[in-house]
Design a protein around this ligand. Structure first.
Ligand code: LMR
Length: 397
């Protein structure tokens, strides 16, 4: 039977990651896959994680199964971190959550839940969106469509177009996938005033937000990066949330994520949790425990938590510094719009107004690895190579 197998195209992000790995030029600059790198180009294990692992290694007494909804202490800690301990959705018991295998596992569990409760709903995703959103969510059998989001001329959010498109095209009961912060691939986020307006719009139009929060803490700060989520939860009765600890805890390969259904009434939250458990059981049975145990160990230990916050702050500030430096270097005739955008955008990514051919030229002629869409991961640069990076970008445009 395997003779009938046809090769499938590789995921574009993974394909660029492989190409960059294979390039032997010492001067290469890897702005491809979304992982944080330090000034030496390394994706190190956080000190807080190392310490928590040592402590946890001594404390852990069993490797027996945890269960299909995973570590519920982790879920509670994460929800308190994102929403605030006193958030009414938490205190009123209106959240059914499960630990998931990374942010992707969480997105898929959320999509599978939608396929149970709203099989005819369309899930609206921003144009553009993370390359894996559409495969992950549509694999659950859901219909997907897109709303305008990023303007490749102004390099900002087309907020009016976004609302008017959803107003005209989305039906009551549809779901709108939103990047809670650090939009992937553009780095262009909604302002607090736009989140306020969007929340009111979603309520009035009967649309359910599905928030993907994969980079919180790495944009402008913990409270800034969770503003949109908190606003939606306060305004709209039902919200679906997928969160990841890959980036902010640098636990990428441990696959640590959380899916949560914020329900209108407390009696539905336990049902939502049991649905997540039943769905997860059918796919992977249960999520891996180690990374979630480490996150919980950190969040429940004051010194470790402080250390993690300081490490998170350092990652974010380094990226903001790189953004400012690249912006200054691009701020020459013809590069002004890019310069302003790179400075104002959030998180790891910006999408530069480059064609596929220009991205290819950057890779082949300048050893600068970025996505064909023009997406760069600013954390892949460093203060020494930014002048060369800016020159290369300006040379191809
Ligand atoms: C990215 O967008 O590069 C990251 O989220 C890694 C991935 O899995 O695609």
């Amino acid at each position: 039977m395997f003779e009938n197998l046809a090769p499938r195209p590789t995921d574009p992000i993974m394909a660029i990651m492989e190409k960059c790995k294979a390039d032997t030029r010492a001067e290469k600059i890897d702005l491809g896959v979304g992982v944080y790198k330090d000034a030496a180009g390394q994706t190190v294990i956080l000190e807080s994680v190392k310490k928590a692992e040592a402590l946890w290694g001594a404390e852990e007494t069993t490797k027996s199964y945890v269960g299909t909804v995973g570590n519920q202490d982790f879920c509670q800690d994460m929800l308190e971190l994102m929403l605030g301990k006193d958030n009414p959705a938490i205190t009123e018991g209106r959240i059914g959550a499960a630990q998931a295998a990374g942010g992707s596992g969480a997105l898929r569990l959320g999509a599978e839940l939608l396929a149970v409760v709203a099989p005819n709903a369309t899930v609206w995703a921003s144009n553009p969106t993370w390359a894996n959103h559409i495969p992950l969510i549509s694999s659950a059998g859901l219909k997907m469509d897109s709303y305008p989001y990023y303007n490749r001329e102004t390099l900002g959010v087309d907020f009016e177009d976004m609302l008017s498109h959803l107003n005209d095209k989305a039906a009551r009961g549809d779901v709108v996938l939103l990047h809670g912060c650090c939009h992937n691939p553009t780095g262009a986020d909604l302002s607090p005033a736009q989140w306020d307006e969007l929340a009111g719009f979603m309520l009035q139009r009967g649309l359910t937000p599905y928030v993907d929060l994969a980079y919180f803490g790495l944009g402008r700060g913990m409270s800034e990066d969770t503003y949109g989520l908190r606003k939606l939860v306060a305004t709209v009765p039902e919200v679906l949330l997928a969160a990841s600890c890959s980036k902010n805890f640098a636990l990428y390969r441990e696959r640590v994520g959380l899916v949560a259904a914020i329900t209108a009434t407390a009696d539905k939250s336990a049902i939502a949790r049991s649905q997540f458990g039943a769905i997860q059981r059918k796919i992977i049975s249960m999520p891996p425990d180690h990374g979630a145990a480490i996150v919980t160990r950190i969040l429940r230990d004051e010194p470790l938590r402080k250390l993690w916050i300081s490490e998170l702050d350092a990652m974010r500030e380094r990226m903001l510094g790189l953004r400012a430096q690249l912006s200054d270097a691009l701020n020459v005739q013809g590069g002004e719009t890019m310069a302003a955008a790179v400075k104002n955008q959030n998180g790891m990514f910006s999408t530069l107004p480059l064609s596929k051919e220009q991205a290819e030229a950057l890779r082949s002629e300048h050893a600068v690895y970025l996505m064909n869409s023009g997406r760069i991961n600013i954390a892949g640069a460093n203060s020494e190579n930014i002048p060369r990076l800016a020159e290369a970008i300006l040379a191809v445009i």
